[in-house]
Design a protein around this ligand. Structure first.
Ligand code: ARG
Length: 576
């Protein structure tokens, strides 16, 4: 998408004898439309040339007497040079680029093709996939899509929590209390029940804890039956997780869980020893991180078993060697922020620069009607239940709307729309605010067709598609006959600006690792579109060329809305 700021700067640069990139940075967006679309404050130039800024502005205006087609006028106002874009040119460019069949709106390219690893989801085997895991899953997938759109080569990693002392507990509980039929029909529920049962029993009988530690140690040593049991728990859990990933349209490039990295730990320990970084503390092996103002990082427990942090250290070294990542991003909740600081610091201390390319992308907590979630107490909300309920509620609304309209949708169409709207409502709730903010779920809010919600965005899209259908367009292919020279009203310009700056919004979202910046942009586009459509009789435009142009504008809005929603992982429907 044309960067008009850069285009103007490039035009002014020779006359100002100044670097175009710097000029672009100096340019401002004036507070009032009377002052143009962009303004160049001339203070920096004035200081350099030892002249009054007013004088510089006047001189520049004189030198820039021959205007390119995209600029309608250049005026001065005191120390400012005010630039007025040509509205028809601007609108035609914005619409044409949004409808370019060669490119998805806002797509970019980057030269560095070393991969960006986005690690997300990473649920724990044998534990329910709750609405906190949904946060990393939905946020991570959106980031992966945004990076891909920016032209990066993205690898999606799922660092499954498939290792650790809890597996010793699970094995102990399984052998004592497992119900095989339950395990087959609802494995995670049964495994979680066993886990809870273990903790209850261990309160009375502390011996169980010791046995669990022993069983985990045997698992680390690759002994049976521990290894086979562990594998069974893992396979059963993955079966459940994969169902969710499929439903959310997520495919991982790498599912190496924590267990995968366990064999690499001895080499890590050896390396840390060789560099004299390992110290003994109460029987455990630690790395001190005083100079980073961090508490020490534990590498080996006193019984010799490995822990979470050492597996993460091994994983980074493995990923660097295997993939030579340019970035390694961890989409993990904010409570683990200290953990990642320690892991990165250990590597930094050991002299690995790739530690600087690792980043923890934290996010807030999720609540529903007051309660927080913890696996041990059992009152958790599972993502699957949340999705099912959102879809069921959406289905009801669609059915009512359909009845009111006289029933133009088939049952299959309604089912598909309900699935997408329900999922979208949940996804959007996670993505519409800055990721570090806490989320409180509320049905009324997330399914409100008039709020800042996915149903509102999807409805706007469907409404626009219905306008296009009435005009005979079933696709968003551009109409090559349209001249696109008649657009330029205030509301059209507002839409044009949102179309044109979509690329910048995606870029910013990528730089800040904040998908909400895409959400915010398309939400504004949707609101502006609804206002436009409410006040402009698009289908009944008297002048036929003008009507054609307006319909192209509607298509362009659809295409950008759809692209933005897809970047958030949300799929559109043409009718709802
Ligand atoms: N499985 C962990 C949990 O659910 C998250 C793993 C995060 N990733 C990592 N590389 N440590 O809390």
């Amino acid at each position: 998408m044309t960067d008009f700021r850069a285009k103007i700067a490039a035009y002014i640069a020779p006359a100002a004898d100044w670097d175009a990139r710097e000029l672009a940075q100096l340019m401002e967006i004036p507070p009032q439309a009377e002052l143009g679309d962009y303004a160049l404050p001339c203070f920096a130039l004035a200081r350099h040339w030892h002249k009054a800024p007013q004088q510089i502005a006047v001189n520049l205006q004189e030198k820039l007497s021959e205007l390119p087609p995209f600029i309608r006028a250049i005026k001065t106002q005191g120390p400012y040079l005010n630039i007025f874009l040509d509205p028809a040119y601007y609108m035609a460019t914005a619409v044409k680029e949004a409808l370019d069949t060669q490119q998805v709106p806002g797509q970019n390219s980057v030269s560095d093709q070393r991969p960006v690893i986005v690690e997300f989801s990473s649920p724990n085997i044998a534990k329910p996939f709750h609405i906190g895991h949904a946060f990393t899953t939905i946020l991570g997938e959106a980031l992966a899509r945004i990076y891909t759109h920016q032209g990066y080569r993205v690898l999606r990693f799922n660092h499954l929590g498939d290792y650790g002392t809890q597996f010793g507990k699970l094995i102990v509980a399984y052998e004592r209390w497992c119900n095989q039929a339950e395990l087959e029909s609802d494995p995670i529920k049964e495994l979680n029940r066993l886990y809870v049962a273990f903790h209850q029993a261990a309160k009375e009988d502390p011996e169980l804890e010791a046995e669990a530690r022993l069983r985990f140690k045997r698992l680390e040593e690759g002994l049976e039956p521990e290894t086979a049991l562990w594998k069974q728990f893992r396979d059963l859990s993955l079966r459940e997780f994969n169902r969710l990933y499929q439903r959310l349209n997520i495919q991982f490039d790498n599912m190496n869980g924590e267990s995968f990295y366990s064999p690499f730990i001895p080499a890590v320990v050896e390396m840390l020893q060789r560099k004299h970084l390992l110290e003994e503390s109460e029987g455990a092996q630690i790395v001190r991180l005083d100079e980073y103002k961090l508490p020490p990082c534990m590498i080996l427990k006193s019984d010799g078993t490995t822990i979470y942090a050492s597996r993460d250290i091994a994983a980074i070294l493995y990923r660097k060697e295997q993939y030579d990542f340019q970035k390694n991003l961890y989409v993990v909740g904010l409570p683990q922020s200290l953990h990642f600081q320690q892991v990165f610091a250990v590597l930094k201390k050991a002299g690995y620069d790739c530690a600087d390319d690792c980043e923890h992308i934290g996010f807030g907590t999720v609540r529903f009607a007051g309660a927080r979630f913890s696996t041990r107490e059992g009152h958790i909300i599972e993502l699957e239940d949340l999705l099912n309920e959102a879809v069921a509620k959406s289905r009801k609304i669609i059915e009512e709307n359909n009845q009111q309209r006289g029933g133009d949708m088939s049952v299959a169409e309604m089912d598909l729309a309900a699935e997408r709207i329900g999922l979208g409502a949940v996804q959007y709730t996670y993505l519409r605010s800055g990721r570090e903010r806490d989320i409180v779920f509320s049905w009324d809010e997330m399914l409100n067709f008039e709020g800042d919600t996915a149903p509102y965005l999807l409805y706007t899209y469907a409404r626009a598609r219905s306008i296009l259908r009435k005009a005979g367009f079933t696709s968003l292919e551009p109409d090559l006959q349209a001249g696109l020279s008649s657009l330029g009203s205030d509301s059209e310009l507002q839409l044009g600006r949102l179309l044109n700056t979509f690329a910048a919004a995606v870029q910013q979202a990528c730089q800040a690792n904040e998908p909400f910046m895409v959400a915010r942009h398309i939400a504004q586009l949707a609101r502006t579109f609804n206002k436009y459509y409410g006040s402009t009789p698009v289908l009944n435009t008297p002048d036929l060329n003008n009507r054609q142009d307006r319909l192209e504008l509607v298509k362009a809005c659809c295409r950008v809305l759809e692209t933005g929603l897809n970047l958030l992982g949300i799929q559109t429907v043409d009718r709802m």
